[in-house]
Design a protein around this ligand. Structure first.
Ligand SMILES: *[C@@H]1O[C@H](CO)[C@@H](O)[C@H](O)[C@H]1NC(C)=O
Ligand SMILES: *[C@@H]1O[C@H](CO)[C@@H](O)[C@H](O)[C@H]1NC(C)=O
Ligand SMILES: *[C@@H]1O[C@H](CO)[C@@H](O)[C@H](O)[C@H]1NC(C)=O
Ligand SMILES: *[C@@H]1O[C@H](CO)[C@@H](O)[C@H](O)[C@H]1NC(C)=O
Ligand SMILES: *[C@@H]1O[C@H](CO)[C@@H](O)[C@H](O)[C@H]1NC(C)=O
Ligand SMILES: *[C@@H]1O[C@H](CO)[C@@H](O)[C@H](O)[C@H]1NC(C)=O
Ligand SMILES: *[C@@H]1O[C@H](CO)[C@@H](O)[C@H](O)[C@H]1NC(C)=O
Ligand SMILES: *[C@@H]1O[C@H](CO)[C@@H](O)[C@H](O)[C@H]1NC(C)=O
Ligand SMILES: *[C@@H]1O[C@H](CO)[C@@H](O)[C@H](O)[C@H]1NC(C)=O
Ligand SMILES: *[C@@H]1O[C@H](CO)[C@@H](O)[C@H](O)[C@H]1NC(C)=O
Length: 495
């Protein structure tokens, strides 16, 4: 869940120098570049209108050099064998279901592969099966039907007690799986498109009575591999592994508009263990990644942590929320998370831990290493008053524990507030370490390393100068100054 974005003045500060090397010298002046961008914009708009207006959009489809499907399972099916038509209009739910049914009988023989050829394959939600590979050719796009009456309702997640947005049941996901083993979703960068626009609009107009469905949700499963594909425009959270073990997500592009695509988180590992997320590009309308483990009393009762999670080599963007988040639902606990080699660009916040009294649980043993900030409002955030509760039944005395949180090699530029760690009397933040940090600032020099109720240390020199709450050590690890003011507060939300 997000706060309302104020009008950001930093919204147009794209990190141009990253792309400069491929901008031809023709665009040497800003003016020509601007003109070219306008032309590109109107051309895209024109194409988009063509595409939305008539089925004639197929005209505009690129011709894809037919690349053969690699054989990843002993038996492979072509989606068209089950009567599917990739015209963007025919509803192919029955074809997907028959294909999955056929594959479900092959488990003992090493499973089956479903090849989705180039085309637009409209479908209502369907379930996957174990020992299955879903392979999306280049130019293959699975399109989610956006009429909610085709979306089955499912019981609330046990660790949430209710739908995230409404009480009672919730819509299932477009591509769904429960109690599975050995599932792969891959391809030559084919796309799963949730066509979320209709859902976002209905959500904003308060026309929905149930929580929106994710794009891909895999529950109570293990050995899941998702790679070499694109996920876009999810109605709600994009990829939601729930209470799963051994999940790898690699080389996936996740896209949604950066504004007005509410709650389109990229990847939400939820009560999951042994997970790797690497080599991905994520730019969405909410957190790019949010590690969770259930909500208040329901999450405490379910009691399944998220742990042993490695996140690396990503480029992420979130104008509304944060690049990499933990929480706010973390009541089952979150531990042993490493986030490394991540670039967060043109975003509201970079890395955020969010929680509140009532959550219980813990966030501990978290390491951020080699994270680069580029044009952000706030870099590092810990927020302990994210007071959004499932119902009145939460225990306000259930205070989460936040400890052993390391920030190593944090660099960047164009950041207004590099650090805002707002612990509280009930939820102090303990054992925080900063080492090797230099972040260029945009706004003012004072009160930009903000702390309250934080205990921890700074090793070596960091820029900007750390808050007085932290102990100072030299590079060799000798104590220079012990802080006597861990609990003073210098939090200022005004900038
Ligand atoms: C799948 O079926 C379509 C339509 O029949 C055909 O064009 C395509 O070549 C088939 N692909 C494979 C790999 O068999
Ligand atoms: C998928 O399976 C779950 C669990 O059996 C079921 O509740 C749900 O309705 C199924 N979804 C579809 C689209 O068939
Ligand atoms: C990523 O996936 C694309 C296809 O989607 C593939 O061409 C590329 O080689 C993959 N890269 C890596 C590093 O896996
Ligand atoms: C995959 O497709 C997406 C969306 O079109 C694109 O942004 C991305 O660069 C592609 N990835 C690769 C590895 O080609
Ligand atoms: C929501 O509930 C109202 C009142 O029961 C009903 O009129 C409306 O059709 C429902 N909307 C949806 C999308 O189910
Ligand atoms: C994890 O899942 C992958 C498939 O995605 C599998 O190859 C691997 O053996 C699994 N690892 C363990 C420890 O089970
Ligand atoms: C994904 O891309 C990587 C790198 O190109 C490749 O090694 C891997 O085989 C690809 N996976 C599939 C299923 O093509
Ligand atoms: C922490 O997670 C990593 C994977 O990121 C794993 O290799 C390591 O064993 C875990 N450590 C503990 C103490 O479980
Ligand atoms: C730090 O991360 C960036 C990507 O953001 C990567 O290019 C660079 O190689 C990493 N540096 C180290 C020392 O791993
Ligand atoms: C700071 O507050 C915490 C509890 O919120 C307390 O345990 C600790 O002793 C306080 N530290 C100081 C130096 O007052």
């Amino acid at each position: 869940m997000v706060e309302t974005a104020t009008t950001p003045t930093w919204r147009n500060q794209l990190p141009l120098h990253h792309h400069r090397r491929w901008i031809p010298t023709f665009f040497s002046t800003q003016k020509t570049l601007l003109a070219a961008l306008w032309i590109a914009f109107f051309f895209t708009l024109f194409m988009w209108q063509q595409r939305s207006a008539t089925p004639g959009f197929l005209f505009f489809r690129r011709n894809f050099v037919a690349r053969s499907f690699p054989k990843l399972r002993p038996v492979a099916f072509n989606l068209t064998d089950f009567g599917a038509v990739g015209d963007g209009v025919t509803v192919n739910t029955a074809a997907f279901e028959s294909a999955v049914m056929a594959i479900s009988k092959l488990g003992k023989k090493g499973g089956g592969q479903l090849n989705v050829p180039p085309g637009y394959w409209l479908t209502a939600p369907f379930n996957l099966t174990s020992h299955m590979t879903l392979f999306l050719a280049e130019g293959a796009e699975i399109l989610g039907l956006n009429d909610e009456k085709y979306w089955p309702l499912m019981p609330p997640l046990p660790s949430y007690g209710k739908g995230r947005e409404h009480p009672g049941p919730r819509y299932g996901s477009l591509i769904h799986g429960q109690n599975l083993k050995d599932v792969e979703i891959t391809g030559h960068n084919g796309t799963i498109n949730g066509q979320g626009q209709t859902w976002w609009k209905k959500y904003r107009q308060k026309l929905l009575n149930h929580t929106r469905g994710p794009l891909v949700q895999i529950m109570w499963s293990s050995d899941i591999l998702i790679h070499n594909i694109t996920l876009r425009d999810s109605p709600f959270w994009t990829l939601h592994p729930y209470d799963c073990k051994n999940v790898t997500i690699r080389n996936v592009t996740i896209l949604a508009p950066v504004f007005e695509a509410p709650n389109t988180d990229g990847i939400d590992p939820d009560s999951c263990e042994d997970m790797v997320i690497e080599d991905c590009y994520i730019s969405v309308g909410d957190d790019a990644i949010a590690i969770k483990s259930g909500w208040d009393q329901y999450g405490i009762a379910y009691g399944r942590p998220s742990k042993n999670i490695l996140i690396r080599n990503l480029v992420v963007r979130s104008m509304v929320s944060a690049g990499i988040s933990i929480g706010s639902e973390m009541s089952g606990g979150v531990s042993n998370v490493t986030v490394e080699n991540v670039l967060v660009w043109s975003s509201r916040r970079a890395v955020r831990i969010k929680t509140a009294p009532g959550r219980g649980g813990y966030v501990r043993d978290i390491t951020y290493r080699n994270v680069t900030f580029e044009n952000l409002r706030v870099g590092i955030v810990i927020k302990t008053d994210y007071n959004e509760h499932p119902d009145e039944g939460f225990d306000p005395k259930a205070a989460p524990i936040l400890e052993n949180i390391n920030y190593f090699s944090i660099h960047g530029e164009g950041v207004r507030v590099p650090v805002r760690i707002a612990g509280s009397e009930e939820i102090p933040v303990r054992k925080v370490t900063f080492r090797d940090m230099s972040v260029g600032i945009t706004y003012k020099k004072k009160h930009i390393f903000q702390c309250a109720y934080v205990e921890g240390r700074v090793i070596g020199t960091v820029f900007p100068a750390p808050c007085e709450n932290l102990d100072l050590y030299d590079e060799q690890g000798n104590l220079i100054r012990k802080s006597t003011s861990q609990n003073v507060s210098d939090i200022d939300y005004d900038f």
